[in-house]
Write a protein of this length. Sequence first.
Length: 366
Amino acid sequence: MPDESRDPGPGGNPSHAETVRLAEKIAVLMLLALLLYGVLSVLAPFGMAIAFGAFIAIGTWPARDALVRAGLRRGVAAVVLLLLLVLLVALPVLLMAPDLVRQVSAVVGAARAALANLPETPPSWLAGMPLLGGQAARFWSWVHGMQGDIGALLAPYGGQLARLVVDLAQAAAGSVAQVLLALIVASMFWVSGDRMVTELRDIAARLGGATGVAAVAAAGGAVRGVAWGVVGTGILQAVLMGIGLALAGVPGAAVLGFLTMVFSISQVLGPLVVVTWGGAAAWLYSEGQTGWAIFMLAWGAIAVSGSDNIVRPLLIQRGSAMPLGLIILGVFGGLIAFGFLGLFIGPALLAVAHGLLRAWKEARPA
């Protein structure tokens, strides 16, 4: 008598049924993969704008929350922030972009000429300045003493470095459309960010439990740390530099402010911020404007460079600190991979990865 318990029934044998189910699963996975590919293809042209918009939204989220707590609706708060950023960021970029490359080339050439013709001894008024005189005179003598060595070292690369700065300015001028689109994306995050954060935390909780939720919070804190401590300090130094140069009547104040922002964000080129306001003071002195030269030295040392030592640690503490090496890698790697906006997105991406790793490392098993 045959064993009826093993009879697969009218549908065929068991191996055939398993094959059908496997084929159905493969077909579903292929359809999902095609859907994901289509979504990524649609969003790829806007990838940089979406990433930069998210960076802006996360960095300015405390201001958005403050406006909402003050009684404004989320849409009104988003409009207020959008108008502020358009006036403070987008409008100056639009005005400066058409002539940015030419002005940067002129500033680089003037800086090279000024360093080549730097006098051997600093002016007497520089050494006699209270508090800053001794350090300024020693810095002057150090620059002059190292001038030959630095010139010989950079001579084979001088043209390449100049072209690099000009290419950076050209990339910045070409990123105007991306910046404007990023502001629109940031406005969308400001309006519906609460719901998106809730959904993200729910997904993280389903995938990783309490560790997943902690990882999301750590990633947000890491992005805020970069946005405030690195980018925020660079923008603040650029604004202060531009104000000081404009008050002293130095030509190309906007371009020098832009270069200050790039130098500050890059971390490695941070000492060139001192060269920027020091070179402006030397130009003012060569033009016979001793009083404004003194003002520029004091303003640069106290307001511009001093803000880096005071404001940056305070802002980084508000978010999540990240090792300096990762910031440098993020800045230059982002610049190479994504262009000018990579200056901001590169360290933010590494900050997210660093925050996720820290959250995973600090998690305790249930």
